[in-house]
Design a protein around this ligand. Structure first.
Ligand code: NCD
Length: 308
């Protein structure tokens, strides 16, 4: 039963609950008008203490498409945080106005803190370099629509695996399905943190770590590209040195399987050349739309279909 729950960490959802959210999202894709009034009278609070285009707008579009409304802010400078208000007090306040909250915050663990005081379902829309569970639902919907399965896949995660919260969430989630193989592609400095490895994998034989995309691209069913997370670096020189570690172009795509799909949570910087956009295997702009449907489904489930 998802009604009334928070979504903070990808582990908050069981495999059955993930399928439940996916099934509803696929129904919404087929007949969106059937859901266009289901959240009438309900209010989503969007609290974005960190920049966002897709996540915030897709949450807002999702609630509007369900017939509900949205309040919120898109930067902490326009909230009372700039006057020194604590996160707990902001959450208590927004709970008085909203039926459900989506929050993004630059600090790891902030979503846990917010969850400890909220009285309405709270969705973590990204907490620092930690987790981003609704991007994972977006990724999963893209995968099920393109591949029709979550099992028996070889998944390459490429780029900034250290700070990339979408990678941490997706990895933990895809591990729950059957017989998936993981190839972690990053420069040494941007390898996946040990705490994520320890949570996702039972042994060192469950994944492979490599530095060169060209060495493994032909093995992949899914290539998940990510940008180097400039805002989480302590030192500009390190960012400049690492930012162009990977550039996926048409030449590299020629080495890949005919049915490999390329995902990217976006925003893209330089890591995928625009020439790849025309390749039918590039599904990252479809992924943007699936993000809205995945969030529509999640909102309905957390609010409880019958009360919407
Ligand atoms: C991602 C994020 O915010 O973590 N973007 C998103 O939500 N679609 C990825 C990123 O910023 O690189």
């Amino acid at each position: 039963m998802l009604k009334g729950r928070n979504l903070i960490n990808p582990d908050d959802l069981s495999v059955d609950e993930i399928y439940e959210i996916m099934t509803l999202a696929q129904k919404i894709i087929k007949s969106p008008m059937e859901y266009s009034n289901i959240c009438k009278g309900r209010i989503l609070g969007t609290l974005f203490f960190e920049p966002s285009t897709r996540t915030r707008l897709s949450f807002e579009a999702a609630m509007h498409r369900l017939g509900g409304s949205v309040i919120g802010f898109s930067e902490s400078a326009s909230s009372s945080t700039s006057k020194g208000e604590s996160l707990s007090d902001t959450i208590r306040t927004v709970c008085a106005y909203s039926d459900i909250i989506a929050m993004r915050h630059p600090k790891e663990g902030s979503a846990h803190l917010a969850a400890s005081v909220t009285t309405v379902p709270l969705i973590n829309a990204g907490d620092g370099g930690h987790y981003h569970p609704t991007q994972t639902l977006t990724d999963l919907l893209t995968i099920i629509e393109s591949k029709n399965t979550f099992d028996n896949l070889t998944i390459g995660l490429c780029g900034d695996l250290k700070f990339g919260r979408t990678v941490h969430s997706l990895l933990k989630t895809m591990k729950k399905f059957e017989n998936n193989k993981f190839i972690l592609i990053s420069p040494t400095e941007l390898k996946i943190p040990n705490y994520v490895k320890a949570l996702a994998f039972k042994g060192d034989d469950e994944y492979v770590e490599v530095e060169k995309l060209e060495d493994v691209i032909d093995q992949l069913d899914i290539l998940y590209m990510t940008r180097v997370q400039k805002e989480r670096f302590f030192n500009e020189a390190d960012y400049v040195r690492l930012k162009d570690s990977y550039i996926l172009n048409s030449k590299k795509m020629q080495m890949a399987k005919k049915d490999m799909i390329v995902l990217h949570p976006l925003p893209r910087v330089n890591e995928i050349s625009v020439e790849v956009d025309e390749d039918p295997r590039a599904v990252y702009f479809d992924q943007v739309k699936y993000g809205m449907y995945a969030r529509m489904s999640l909102i309905i489930k957390l609010l409880g279909e019958e009360i919407c």
